[in-house]
Design a protein around this ligand. Structure first.
Ligand code: 3HC
Length: 405
């Protein structure tokens, strides 16, 4: 831990994938962590997950057994939410993506903690202001949005509402930096930066799959060959298909049901079938008990004709076209985000490289492709893609403007 970072007592509410990952990052930065969830079994699962990750770090020679033991000794299971509120210097909530649940947690935290304790939500795409409304001290509420896997991914979006106090933003920035992360401050707009700009990374491939244009392994292989660390379906399995669906739903609602954010029927069917990804042992792929990725599984929710195609080789479009569709969707949304003042182009590029491990930020990509070919590509997609009923290939006004000057 850097010497100038004070050791804090960090409350983590929610011990699932993200909560445990955030707790682990805080422990490894030298903080004490109070871990809370709805019951003892959930807390235990979170603790086991952290312990397992630390054991793997020892095996890889990244930390010593003494360090592992010290981190685990600094982790306290806390059954009562009020006790987290009373004892923590900073609290990060990583419970389910359910606004009324988050509001009730924040109401309770607000009533039982000192008013200068920052209360952060790790929401993926809910409005931070809507969560803050449940409190009497809205100035101490903000978003601290981590990326999965939280101990590894270097970005934290620090989401400030119009009411968040400057001192609270500063404290959150210092906390994220102390975890060895890069904080990017952004406004409380739907999906913040990464979950908004990156929507096309999964929704566009889901459209291809639904239309029978390409199969899961083909799309993943094409995208990975283009320099992305994970194809969209492997990423869906990592993040959780239910989590990804919740993000798409939030954005779809927030943007007046804009077609480009429409959740895919395949996502819905996968969630209904309980195939949520790695955490349930399978999603678009199957996973072994040790987490190794096994073969692909035919996706749920595909019409029969496209289903048999999608489980196997790519059909209809080639690898270059697959990657181009993904890239164009991301670039187009990035221009919309700048136009709506979500963040500056440099911050969006940084956030996409660090929060989604993209080889290039969208504006770097647009520069490489040339704005005229970006516009031409979107026009071509609008003219030739089977499902062009929504606004997914409509050219962002700012992109159009910049391309035609
Ligand atoms: N959980 C915890 N740690 C993991 C992990 C997992 N599921 N998968 C990999 N790791 C760790 C490994 O243990 C390893 O740690 P080490 O450096 O201490 O040994 C490190 O990550 C690198 O792993 P590998 O060398 O095995 O694999 P890669 O080099 O392929 O990296 C990756 C793995 C970092 C996950 C990389 O593939 C990547 O960046 N993928 C993209 C992930 C991404 O886009 N995340 C954002 C999702 S969106 C989100 O979270 C927002 C939310 O609101 C939905």
């Amino acid at each position: 831990m850097p010497e100038d970072t004070p050791r804090l007592v960090v409350g983590v509410v929610g011990a699932g994938t993200m909560g445990a990952g955030i707790a682990q990052a805080a422990l490894q930065a030298g903080h004490q962590v109070l871990l809370h969830d709805v019951d003892a079994a959930a807390i235990r699962r979170g603790r086991d997950r952290i312990a397992g990750a630390l054991v793997r770090s020892v095996d890889k020679g990244r930390i010593t057994t003494e360090e592992r033991d010290a981190y685990l000794a600094a982790l306290r299971d806390v059954a009562e939410l009020d006790a987290v509120a009373a004892d923590a210097d900073l609290i990060v909530e990583a419970a389910l993506e359910d606004l009324s649940l988050k509001r009730s947690i924040f109401r309770q935290l607000d009533m039982n903690s000192l008013p200068d304790v920052p209360l952060a939500t790790n929401t993926s795409a809910l409005s931070v202001s809507a969560v803050a409304e449940a409190t009497h001290h809205r100035e101490r509420v903000l978003g601290l949005h981590f990326f999965n896997p939280a101990p590894v991914m270097p970005l934290v979006e620090v989401v400030a509402t119009p009411e968040t106090a400057h001192s609270v933003i500063e404290a959150a920035v210092a906390f994220a930096s102390g975890l060895g992360k890069t904080p990017v401050v952004c406004g409380d707009s739907p999906g913040f930066i990464v979950n908004r700009v990156n929507r096309g990374f999964t929704l566009e491939p889901l459209r291809m799959l639904e239309a029978g244009e390409a199969g899961v392994p083909t799309i993943d292989a094409a995208v990975e060959a283009a320099g992305y660390p994970m194809g969209p379906f492997r990423l869906l399995d990592l993040v959780g298909i239910d989590v990804n669906l919740a993000v798409a739903r939030s954005l779809f609602d927030a943007f007046d049901e804009a077609g480009r954010f429409r959740p895919s029927p395949i996502q819905l069917a996968m969630v209904e079938a309980g195939r949520l990804g790695r955490k349930t042992g399978g999603g678009f792929y199957r996973y072994g008990v040790n987490g190794d990725q096994l073969g692909p599984e035919p996706p749920a929710g595909l019409r029969e004709a496209s289903g048999s195609q999608a489980a196997g080789r790519g059909m209809g479009i080639d690898e270059r076209a697959i990657v181009e569709r993904v890239n164009l969707a991301i670039v187009n949304e990035a221009y919309r985000a700048v136009e709506e003042r979500v963040a500056a182009p440099g911050d969006i590029d940084l956030a996409m490289r660090l929060g989604a491990s993209h080889p290039l930020g969208p504006f770097e990509r647009a520069g490489q492709m040339g704005l005229r070919s970006v516009v031409e590509g979107l026009r071509r997609l609008r003219a030739t893609t089977a499902d062009n009923s929504g606004d997914q290939y409509e050219i962002a006004p700012l992109l159009w403007q910049m391309a035609t000057v």
